[in-house]
Design a protein around this ligand. Structure first.
Ligand code: IPD
Ligand code: CA
Ligand code: CA
Ligand code: CA
Length: 278
């Protein structure tokens, strides 16, 4: 793909994301139809489906050869080859529960991968009107302002994004490691939109983000942005992410903090002890 085509794709993706976000913001007070997908903790609304449909129509019109991987599965019937093609990875509303309950702290996330490499990332919070975006090799931006490379910090001075659910016992990972990490960090936050958490790492509001079960649409936009600010993004086993995997763990931080957390907590055979005094 030449750089001119690539720039046109980026401009389209950003324009469509801002437009979808504007429509969502302007219809925020509408009565919304909420359905359960797999359980009462797994919601979808007609807005999620409408935004995905909006992207699918435009991508099919302008880029009919591109593949689409959207959370709500609106573009079906494609033979999906994520490692070979240009793929738009779409989360029409990341943080649907926040959208339904709080009407804030949700985002639209678009990641465009070419042959498995993140090339474009866009994460838009329509309520705060905050757009985070990046093109590979061109840097990452927050509402038009270039983001600097991440600065380093220590675990003790870090604010980490971790979904509170994963602090309970789970089958994916030894939660004692998380308890220790939480106790050593300065603070832990849970935004409820994985994409926004990754954007917050990219702009320095968070120092790291750990998630135990994300799908490609949750992190695709974030990875493209994070790479442009020098973050390290892997699984919690320090393996590269692959959009072919339906679900994966994701750990993003600046390189030294990533290494410190990997060595001392996530992969350590000797988890640091810490006790709270009351
Ligand atoms: C969810 C959010 C949430 C994360 C969940 C995701 P959705 O996405 O990103 O923060 O903890 O794992 O499924 O369903 O609201 O798009
Ligand atoms: Ca969902
Ligand atoms: Ca999501
Ligand atoms: Ca979603």
């Amino acid at each position: 793909m030449n750089s001119g085509t690539f720039k046109a794709i980026f401009e389209h993706a950003k324009e469509w994301t801002l437009e979808a976000g504007r429509q969502l913001r302007e219809t925020l007070q509408d009565q919304i139809v909420v359905e359960y997908k797999t359980s009462a903790a797994d919601l979808v609304t007609e807005k999620d489906k409408a935004i995905e449909q909006f992207f699918v129509e435009r991508i099919n019109e302008f880029y009919p050869k591109h593949f689409i991987l959207g959370e709500e599965g609106i573009a079906s019937g494609q033979e999906f080859q994520p490692e070979k093609e240009t793929v738009w990875i779409i989360d029409p509303i990341d943080g649907t529960t926040n959208f339904v309950h709080q009407k804030k702290d949700f985002s639209i996330s678009i990641g465009i991968f070419v042959k498995g490499t993140p090339m474009i990332g866009i994460i838009y919070d329509p309520i705060q009107d905050e757009c985070f975006y990046a093109q590979k090799g061109e840097g990452a931006y927050h509402n038009g302002k270039k983001l600097p490379l991440l600065s380093e910090t220590t675990v003790e001075e870090s604010v980490l994004g971790i979904n509170a659910l994963w602090l309970t016992s789970n089958e994916i990972f030894d939660h004692a490691r998380f308890q220790s990490l939480v106790r050593h960090a300065r603070a832990v936050r849970s935004v409820g939109s994985a994409a926004l958490e990754l954007a917050y790492v990219a702009c320095g509001r968070f120092d790291g983000s750990v998630s135990l079960r994300l799908s490609p649409w949750d992190y695709a936009g974030g990875v493209a942005i994070l790479e442009e600010v020098g973050a390290k993004v892997t699984t919690i086993d320090n393996q590269p992410l692959s959009i072919s995997a339906k679900r994966t763990t994701v750990f993003a931080a600046s390189p030294k903090l990533h290494q410190e957390i990997m060595e001392n907590f996530l992969l350590s055979s000797d988890i640091p002890k810490y006790s709270l005094k009351v």
